[in-house]
Design a protein around this ligand. Structure first.
Ligand SMILES: Cc1cc2nc3c(=O)[nH]c(=O)nc-3n(C[C@H](O)[C@H](O)[C@H](O)COP(=O)(O)OP(=O)(O)OC[C@H]3O[C@@H](n4cnc5c(N)ncnc54)[C@H](O)[C@@H]3O)c2cc1C
Length: 424
């Protein structure tokens, strides 16, 4: 560290210390569990048009040199709880965000908590635990056990009853924190509160870029979860989507690349016809596919037919519209857009447009084509599957069971890949 002058010539001595600047998250156990790395945000822009009441962010993230990806991969994001949420816990427990604590554990499973080393209360609450999950019955039982005021205790115990729990806690997604704020006579110690909270989970986002266009960065397309809270009080803000939306270029984020096992990759042969079904942010991986097809085309490769079934409410949330229109003009894809809330037009979803083209779709799939569905797995994907099975049944005059077998076979042969997630 020191610089000493000898015989008038200053020599540089090698430091015996080594210092690495890290983000607070680097030390969080979750980052080690997922081999996550620190990456820098390049760009974060709104995809919704002005006047839209929703937010979808296009976020570009630089990758370290040693990390690679392919179209259809996911980016795992280690999120952080919002400062306002962390502040609520600090207020309830009378703690300072800059207070440092050392957690010692005696045997219980706390792999997600940093033990035996100092951590600020703020980092612990923002980086290690889920604060917004509905309270479980086990947690409720503990809250009741630590409540000293008899009427309050009774109320908490009443919530344990199955119907009451479902109606007042689960459906309203009341959290332990909500209940602690409501029942001030509850003396659940802070360490027990932390122990009872579930570990913070990474969230996955379909990568919406192709490494053939840029291999040192990925983009993701994030629908920001913000809506009136089911508890009836205030706004519900999803952890990861709001965290990502808040990042500025130059900020860092802990991420990792994950290749899904569903075979959600472009066919090996560019001539293979493809049908992509991806409304809303379900379009994300297909943006990567279309970029890849554009590159292949410019390399002189022959491309098979490609159809994109995209859906949105109206023009305001028609994300990536110009890019997609450009791909269409370049004969990279044929686009079918379903608007579900466009003035003067009937409510149309992707499966309605597919229904109009069933002969074409079944023909392409019979011609070794590959089918992809991405997005909402609770309603859209089952509706699309039902539409396809009905079409197959009708066109080939076969039974319902045979149509089901056909779809399963497509999947087992790697000609149908699904990348879906639960909606709200
Ligand atoms: C393989 C995969 C790929 C994905 N790809 C994408 C993608 O490309 N783009 C994208 O945007 N998302 C994608 N997702 C979804 C994404 O991972 C997250 O689930 C999403 O962003 C919400 O995360 P969050 O942390 O913001 O919300 P969370 O904090 O996880 O909150 C969501 C939870 O809040 C609950 N909730 C919803 N509304 C309310 C309310 N009003 N009051 C109380 N609770 C409520 C819901 O029941 C839900 O369980 C993907 C998911 C998977 C599994």
């Amino acid at each position: 560290m020191a610089i000493e002058s000898r015989g008038g010539v200053a020599e540089r001595e090698k430091s015996t210390l080594s210092i690495q600047f890290v983000s607070g998250l680097v030390g969080a156990p979750i980052t080690a569990s997922y081999n996550a790395f620190l990456a820098s945000v390049k760009e974060n822009r709104e995809l919704q048009a002005e006047g839209s009441d929703r937010s979808t962010r296009h976020i570009e993230i630089s990758l370290p040199q040693e990390v690679s990806y392919q179209e259809g991969d996911h980016l795992g994001v280690i999120p952080q709880n919002e400062p306002a949420l962390v502040e609520r816990v600090l207020r309830r427990y009378g703690l300072n965000s800059s207070d440092y604590i050392v957690i010692s554990a005696s045997g219980r499973s706390v792999a997600h908590l940093p033990v035996d080393r100092p951590i600020s209360v703020h980092d612990l609450l923002s980086q290690c635990v889920e604060l917004q999950e509905a309270a479980t019955r086990a947690q409720l039982r503990e809250l009741a056990a630590f409540t000293v005021c008899p009427p309050n205790k009774k109320e908490l115990e009443a919530l344990l009853q199955e119907d009451a729990y479902k109606e007042h806690v689960l459906n309203k997604r009341l959290t332990m924190l909500d209940l602690l704020e409501r029942y001030l006579a509850c003396e659940l110690p802070f360490e027990r509160f932390v122990e009872l909270l579930p570990p913070l989970k990474p969230r996955y986002y379909s990568i919406s870029s192709s490494p053939r266009i840029q291999n040192d960065a990925v983009s993701i397309s994030v629908g920001v979860v913000r809506c009136p809270a089911k508890s009836g009080s205030g706004e519900y803000r999803g952890v990861a989507s709001n965290y990502l939306a808040s990042l500025q270029p130059g900020n860092t984020v802990m991420v990792f690349v994950n290749t899904p096992e569903s075979g959600f990759t472009l066919p090996e042969q560019p001539e293979t016809p493809i049908i992509m079904v991806g409304p809303g942010t379900g379009f994300a991986p297909f943006r990567g596919f279309l970029q890849a097809r554009q590159t292949m085309k410019s390399e002189g490769k022959t491309l098979g037919e490609a159809h994109l079934y995209y859906g949105c409410r109206n023009e305001l949330d028609h994300i990536y519209r110009e890019e997609v229109e450009q791909f269409e003009r370049q004969d990279i894809v044929t686009v079918h857009t379903a608007y579900s809330r466009k003035e003067g037009m009937p409510k149309t979803y992707v499966q309605h447009l597919m229904k109009e083209n069933t002969n074409e779709i079944i023909r392409l799939l019979g011609n070794n084509g590959k089918l992809y569905i991405c997005g909402d797995g609770s309603r859209m994907a089952p509706d699309v599957e039902a539409c396809l099975k009905e079409a197959y049944q009708e066109i080939h005059a076969v039974s319902k069971q045979e149509a089901q077998k056909w779809l399963e076979q497509l999947q087992s042969e790697g000609r149908y890949a699904k990348d879906v997630w639960a909606g709200n």
